[in-house]
Design a protein around this ligand. Structure first.
Ligand code: BTN
Length: 253
């Protein structure tokens, strides 16, 4: 039912790997002739999964989706945040299409359900001159895991939301289908749709939120995201832009 045109046509399925992103980067380096746009590297288990900002992505073997999609997007370096928007919206669409409620994109590209994280992504770009030659879009989606370590108490899985287990192989096809739809929007230049939909689904957009900026709790309203992906926040009527290193979003409990 969820047949892609090209995403996942070349899929490398691995029982175990350190990280699908690292594996994909090595493939690009050593066997780039094999890598077509939309190649997927999927692993049943990652022994050293990478998260954002140098963190580790922990996922129980065989319970969740951990995969990387290699893209050849024809974008300039300064357009790279469009890739984050596109993948985040693809996962958002996949979840809402399944009838999941309260799905939101937490800037820059985490996916939340009921204020808990169900998916994260790590996009790593390989640049040539001022262009993105490859984007390795690594995605971790919590599916059947029902026990999370204490320090991951903000995590949630599909099974926890719907009380049913899922078949990982068919779910992967389904997620890829929705990512491909958004990727085609990007490829065909439908940037207004992508930009508007991203803002529409963003957690806390146009609302007063608390943030930690330089170790201080600050109140502000998210008013947008600039081209390079920085969060634009109105603080005391002044709009300031922040990157991921300088601002932390405090979620309501
Ligand atoms: C985050 O939210 O911190 C990003 C998590 C990204 C995890 C995925 S799992 C598949 C791919 N391979 C990795 O090593 N990381 C990404």
């Amino acid at each position: 039912m969820y047949e892609c045109l090209f995403l996942g046509n070349h899929t490398i399925a691995l029982k175990e790997v350190t990280s699908t992103n690292v594996f994909a980067a090595e493939l690009i380096k050593n066997q780039h002739a094999l890598i077509t746009d939309g190649t997927v590297v999927f692993a049943e288990n990652q022994t050293n999964g990478k998260g954002q900002r140098g963190s580790v992505w922990l996922s129980q073997p065989n319970e969740n989706l951990t995969f990387s999609v290699v893209l050849k997007p024809s974008l300039l370096v300064d357009e790279q945040f469009l890739l984050s928007k596109m993948v985040a919206l693809g996962i958002f669409d996949f979840l809402t299409n399944r009838g999941i409620k309260n799905v939101a994109i937490k800037w820059p590209n985490d996916i939340y359900v009921n204020n808990k994280k169900i998916a994260g992504m790590l996009l790593e770009n390989i640049l040539r001159n001022s262009k993105i030659e490859y984007c390795i879009a690594g995605i971790g989606l919590n599916v059947n895991q029902v026990d999370f370590p204490k320090d991951l108490s903000h995590a949630i899985s599909l099974q926890q939301i719907t009380n049913q287990p899922y078949d990982l192989a068919s779910l992967l096809k389904e997620v890829l289908f929705f990512i491909e739809k958004r990727y085609m929007q990007l490829k065909s230049g439908k940037l207004t749709v992508l930009n508007q939909d991203y803002l529409k689904q963003m957690l806390g957009y146009q609302k007063e939120n608390s943030f930690i900026i330089h170790q201080q709790k600050v109140s502000g309203k998210i008013v947008g995201v600039d081209k390079s992906g920085r969060l634009q926040v109105a603080i005391n009527q002044h709009i300031q832009s922040f990157d991921l290193k300088t601002i932390q979003f405090c979620l309501e409990e």
